[in-house]
Every structure is written in structure tokens, then in C-alpha cells.
Design a protein around this ligand. Structure first.
Ligand SMILES: Nc1ncnc2c1ncn2[C@@H]1O[C@H](COP(=O)(O)OP(=O)(O)OP(=O)(O)O)[C@@H](O)[C@H]1O
Length: 569
């Protein structure tokens, strides 16, 4: 089809309104330019439909009449009637060409963002990039990084990577990013940092990555080593905070390191002892930002303020990532960060749609144990994660499930670091089939191919629910989640049912019609979980009371006391 045919098709049924001559003249000229652009090889608008859509969106309705005329002649006449001199016309054409090109580029970017459900907020936001090749060309990614991405099996960027990476690879912005669980946020911040730091420099820490748990810190370290393979960065994880270990640290001794990954309390400990220099930090990443900014008991809030102050480099930029964000994070970024760009994927604070979710009424504590045993009987498909509300309950359930002939372990804050590391390793290697855990493991942990998450104890908040079930259905895989509830759990039932509905699941109407509980009640529940009967199948008369001073919950031991469910994990 030649250009005049396309023109006819494009403007079919339209005529130009002569009362607005200048505008029409521009339209005609811009059409000519659009034709040029359309014919450029590799142009996003090189196909006819796209140009047509663009025209429809750009030319005001009132300028298009419906009676059929010979529009091509009309448009060409308009061009002939131009009274300006040739150079003037050429200049105008060039200006218009630039404008149209910009418009087309903006339109293309908007389409891309819509396609991947990306929302952005800020100024001078770079365009998202759909392939790693394009990213490598546009932002000068060294070959090693591109190769490492391939070795990791990352063929194309995930939506958060498409937009967050260009923001961080640019020169000036800080970033607040929100994307579903399992959507590749870790690589989204690691790749730009690796590119930015270029190579090892022995100047001391130039990037600091904070996260809420040691397990997550270790996982980020692993991912960072994979993605920076061959670049020889010195990565460091603070493993302990005792005085003895502290003796290993000093700003001089840590100069050889480039990237520090840690929980905030360990960094703070070393800062207090003047053993850590963060003045060279160019990138401060706060992973699971809403967790780290959470207020209340055991909050990291004050520690974060101290760390941010210690990162005193005026060029320092901050990137905050999480699958859920709270207003506290928004407020902090507004008050503390310049040139901030916000990026989110999909609806904020929603559950991943790759997990099939179910709510199961189990009547009582005994009902929960029966329900778990039913799942085992039906044919358990490991790996499975089971969430409970406290360390004691993790031990109790472990003691029960040991008798069911499955490879089961429990992980919580009372296990030693070595035990925790070896359990996580065993679970990753498939030696442990069922892992019972507390809130400790709800954030960020990436176990490959979790098939099922069981919320044995109802999550303390909808945010906790989103993270817990997000351990399944990661990196494009599918997974399942079942959440047990009893009459003790109605406070959050409605909000969690709503989350399930929003992510495409089905829930009974009555759950959505439940009365919304006040913020106070919900906050109280986040701090103190409901009291629950012990997890045991022993008849009451056989349940021994633990002797005073004897620590509860040894593996396999039945515990008789009613444990007030603390959220401390
Ligand atoms: N571009 C990619 N292509 C394929 N897989 C990827 C890509 N990027 C990351 N992954 C994989 O996706 C999985 C989840 O990534 P990651 O742990 O970074 O998720 P996340 O968004 O941080 O999740 P959470 O919110 O739970 O912390 C990992 O196994 C990671 O290796």
C-alpha cells in the first residue's frame, strides 16, 4: 500500500474544518511527518493501526466531519496554500517533526506502561525498557552483567525491572518501588548498583542494602554474587554483633569492601561503636521498606534514621522496595528524598495473582490439625510452608507432625543461627518437605517452587497475608495457599477475603459483607495475636504442666500451658 492509500484509509470519513486554517495546516504537515516517521525502520509506529490510533487520539473530534470528501486533495491543498517562504516552512516542519516525534515517543511509553500495569510518579522519568539487550545498549551495561543475567536464566526483564532499572541507572533519582511478591525486585536494584559501582575500588562501602532478616540478607548476598560474577566486588554480610566480632571491624579494615548487606540493628551496633564508615555510600537500598519503617515495639525506625544520617555522601541516592507500602514510607520519602520517582506494578498492596487462594473454616484448634492431616493424606506436594503465630506454636506443631512420617522442620528466632542456616539449606535442597515457620520467613525469602502455603494461624494483618502467600507463585510459577480460620479470626477476615477477591479468587459474599473493624482493633491484633489452645492431640488429662523454669517447646514434646500468642517470632 503506498502512502496515499494509507492516507485515504486513515482519514476515511473525515474532512478538515476550514474555519481553523492554521491548525489544519499544522495537522496536514504533521501528517506528512507522521508518514515519514512511520516509514522509519524499527519505528514503533511503523504499522498502520498504530498511526491510526494515534491520529484518533490527537485530532480533536470537532475537527473531523463525517461527510466523505476527497481528504487527500484537501490536505495537499492546505500544504500548497502555505504562504511562508521555503526556509520558514522547513523550519516549522522541523519543529513540528520534533514535537510529533516526542508525542509519538510519549504515546509509545504510555502504551508500554499500560501493557505491564506500570504506574509512575515524578519528573523526568526514563522510559521503561522491554529487553535486557536494549537496557545494555542504552545504559552501557558491561558484558559481564549481561552474561550473568543470561546465566541466571533471566531472558527478559520483569515489569518492575523494566521501569525501576532505568530509574536507578539514570543519574539523579531516588526511587520508591512497589511490585508484587516474587516479581524480581532484588535484581531490579542489584543490577543498577553493580553497573554504578563499576568495579572494586577499596574505598570502603559504596552501597548498603538493608533488609529485615538475616535469612533475607544472606539471600540478597547470594543473588548479588551471581549477578556480579566476574566483576570481583567485595561483598560483606555482618553476621554477628558481639563485641568479639566487633573487634574484626574498623573503617580501615572494611575499606576493601564495596557492598554491605545487613539488617539495620547490626549496622547500628557497629555505627555506635564507631567501627563502620558509611560516608562513601552512593546507594542505600531499603528492601521490605514498609517493614523497616513499621512503628511500635521492635521497630527498626530509630536505627534507620541513624543509618541514613551516617550515609552522609551528598551524592547518595536511596531506593526503597517492597510488595506493600504504607503511608509511613510515603511520608518519609516525601520529607527526606529529593528527585524521587515512584514506580508501582499493578494495584498497590495486592496479592500476587499467581497463587490460588482458599479460606477454610476449621472450627477449632483441633480442626486445624485435622485439616493439615487431611492435606497430608490427600497427597502432600512438597515443598510446603506452614505459618504459625509464635515460636511456641511452631515447636508444638513440629512435635505433632513428626509423627506423620514427613520430613518436617521448624524455624524461628529461638533456633541458633547455624540451625537456621542448615534448615534453610535443607529446605532448598529438598531434604525438608514441610517447613513450619513464623512471621520471620514471611518477607522476601525466595524458596524455589513452593507449591503450597498453609496459614495455620490466621495472619495478623492483610499485609502479612500478602507476604506469606507470596512465598508461593514466584517468578511466573503457580502456587496455592490455604488459610485456616476459626471464630477467633473474624477481625481480619473481611480484608483478607477482599484481597483474595481482588486477585481474582472467589470468596463467599458473607465474608465481604462483614463489618469492618476499627483501626484500633486491627492494630491491637497486629501487636498481640489471639490466645489459642495448644497444638496437641493428647487428651487433656495426659497433658503435663511444664515445670517452672523449664523451657517450653522442645522438639516433639507436648506442651500443656495455654500460650498467649505473641507475634514475636
Ligand atoms: N528477569 C527475570 N526473569 C526470570 N526470573 C527472574 C527475573 N528476575 C528475578 N527472577 C527470579 O524471580 C524470583 C523472585 O525474585 P525476587 O526474590 O527478587 O522477588 P521479590 O520481588 O523481591 O519478592 P518479595 O516481594 O517476596 O521479596 C527469584 O527466584 C529470581 O531469581
Amino acid at each position: 500500500m503506498d502512502s496515499s492509500d494509507i492516507f485515504k484509509k486513515l482519514t476515511c470519513g473525515a474532512s478538515f474544518n476550514k474555519s481553523n486554517f492554521t491548525l489544519k495546516k499544522q495537522k496536514a504537515t504533521s501528517w506528512k511527518i507522521k508518514e515519514e516517521i512511520k516509514n522509519e525502520p524499527g519505528n514503533l509506529y511503523a504499522d498502520y493501526d498504530k498511526v491510526h490510533d494515534w491520529l484518533k487520539a490527537t485530532v480533536p473530534e470537532e475537527d473531523i466531519k463525517s461527510e466523505p470528501e476527497d481528504e487527500e486533495d484537501e490536505a495537499m491543498n492546505l500544504l500548497d496554500n502555505v504562504t511562508e517562504s521555503r526556509p520558514e516552512r522547513k523550519k516549522k516542519d522541523r519543529q513540528l517533526s520534533k514535537k510529533v516525534k516526542n508525542l509519538l515517543a510519549t504515546e509509545a511509553v504510555n502504551r508500554l506502561r499500560n501493557r505491564y500495569k506500570l504506574s509512575v510518579n515524578g519528573t523526568d522519568i526514563p522510559a521503561p525498557i522491554e529487553t535486557f539487550d536494549e537496557m545494555a545498549q542504552t545504559y552501557n551495561l558491561r558484558m559481564d552483567i549481561a552474561n550473568n543475567l543470561t546465566i541466571c536464566g533471566y531472558t527478559d526483564p520483569t515489569p518492575i525491572q523494566m521501569q525501576a532499572m532505568p530509574v536507578m541507572l539514570g543519574k539523579k533519582h531516588s526511587l520508591l518501588a512497589c511490585a508484587p511478591t516474587g516479581s524480581g525486585k532484588t535484581a531490579a536494584f542489584l543490577v543498577p548498583i553493580i553497573r554504578d559501582l563499576e568495579g572494586p575500588k577499596r574505598e570502603g562501602f559504596r552501597a548498603l542494602i538493608l533488609c529485615p532478616t538475616r535469612e533475607l540478607a544472606r539471600q540478597i548476598l547470594r543473588e548479588c554474587s551471581r549477578l556480579s560474577e566476574g566483576i570481583n566486588f567485595k561483598l560483606h554480610l555482618i553476621t554477628k554483633t558481639t563485641q568479639k566480632v566487633a573487634e574484626m571491624y574498623s573503617p580501615e579494615k572494611t575499606k576493601r569492601f564495596d557492598i554491605l548487606i545487613s539488617t539495620p540493628n547490626r549496622v547500628c551496633f557497629l555505627l555506635r561503636e564507631n567501627l563502620l564508615d558509611l560516608s562513601k555510600v552512593q546507594w542505600l537500598v531499603i528492601d521490605e521498606a514498609d517493614k523497616l519503617f513499621e512503628e511500635g515495639k521492635n521497630s527498626f525506625r530509630e536505627q534507620l534514621d541513624a543509618i541514613v544520617a551516617a550515609c552522609s555522601n551528598p551524592q547518595r541516592r536511596v531506593a526503597l522496595f517492597s510488595a506493600t507500602h504504607t503511608p509511613t514510607v510515603g511520608k518519609w520519602t516525601k520529607n527526606n528524598l529529593k528527585d524521587l520517582i515512584k514506580v508501582s506494578v499493578g494495584v498497590r498492596n495486592s496479592a500476587t495473582d499467581s497463587v490460588e487462594q482458599k479460606l477454610l473454616f476449621v472450627g477449632s484448634e483441633a480442626g486445624k490439625l485435622l485439616a493439615v492431616r487431611d492435606i497430608i493424606k490427600e497427597g502432600l506436594q512438597p515443598p510446603v510452608l506452614i505459618f504459625v503465630q509464635s515460636k511456641d506454636r511452631a515447636q508444638q506443631l513440629h512435635g505433632e507432625l513428626l509423627y506423620d512420617g514427613i520430613n518436617v522442620e521448624a524455624i524461628h528466632a529461638d533456633r541458633t543461627q547455624n540451625e537456621r542456616d542448615s534448615i534453610v539449606r535443607g529446605f532448598r535442597e529438598g531434604k525438608i518437605w514441610v517447613l513450619i515457620c513464623t512471621e520471620l520467613m514471611s518477607r522476601g525469602i525466595d524458596f524455589k517452587g513452593i507449591n503450597l502455603v498453609i496459614n495455620y494461624d490466621f495472619p495478623p494483618s492483610s499485609i502479612s497475608y500478602v507476604h506469606r502467600i507470596g512465598r508461593a507463585g514466584r517468578a511466573g510459577r503457580r502456587g496455592q495457599a490455604v488459610t485456616f480460620f476459626t471464630s477467633d479470626d473474624v477481625v481480619n477476615l473481611r480484608s483478607i477475603a477482599q484481597i483474595i477477591r481482588n486477585s481474582g479468587g472467589t470468596v463467599p459474599e458473607y465474608m465481604l459483607a462483614l463489618k469492618r473493624r476499627s483501626k484500633q482493633v486491627r492494630r491491637k491484633l497486629m501487636k498481640t495475636a489471639p490466645k489459642r489452645e495448644d497444638i496437641t492431640t493428647l487428651p487433656r488429662f495426659m497433658q503435663k504442666k511444664p515445670r517452672k523454669g523449664v523451657k517450653e517447646g522442645r522438639v516433639g514434646k507436648k506442651i500443656t500451658k495455654k500460650t498467649p500468642g505473641k507475634n514475636k517470632s
